[in-house]
Design a protein around this ligand. Sequence first.
Ligand SMILES: CC(C)(COP(=O)(O)OP(=O)(O)OC[C@H]1O[C@@H](n2cnc3c(N)ncnc32)[C@H](O)[C@@H]1OP(=O)(O)O)[C@@H](O)C(=O)NCCC(=O)NCCS
Length: 144
Amino acid sequence: MTAGPMTADEMAALQARAYTHMPPWSALALTEMMSSPLALLVTAPNGFALARVVADEAELLALAVDPDCQRQGIARALLVKLEHDAHTRGAETCFLEVAETNGPARAFYATMGYEMAGKRGGYYRQKDGPAVDALLMKKSLTFG
Ligand SMILES: CC(C)(COP(=O)(O)OP(=O)(O)OC[C@H]1O[C@@H](n2cnc3c(N)ncnc32)[C@H](O)[C@@H]1OP(=O)(O)O)[C@@H](O)C(=O)NCCC(=O)NCCS
């Protein structure tokens, strides 16, 4: 299955390069999620953002930018478009989970206006180490 300009295989490979804090999704898991009518996908040449929109809530499920192309504003552009499209579908709030230890992503989400909404203890299981807490973050999509 293709996802616009990026195939699920390409997305999985990109995510595997970018994700150091948790296992990436498999191409099959990506394909299954994207086949849902609730899925919302935004792609760029070197990154993608995948969310699910249910009623008035969006949940960001995956966001990855190729390590060679980070700090060029790609994630910002992806998330701005995703938030806009989610709002168009009726979402008023966007939620996401981020590993407490994922400093770059936490800095990025703070820049994008996301605020702490809770904590999930031991949420991310790691192969070689203790489980890591997830921070639940949210942002209102009700613009203006
Ligand atoms: C988090 C991630 C998606 C950011 O992608 P990106 O394209 O590099 O982000 P942008 O260039 O759009 O960054 C926008 C702003 O966010 C902040 N930011 C982004 N990365 C940062 C970092 N490593 N350290 C500190 N601040 C950062 C900065 O304020 C940045 O603006 P600036 O570059 O002008 O200072 C990328 O680091 C990534 O793919 N990480 C691995 C996967 C991951 O952790 N995904 C999130 C899972 S919840």
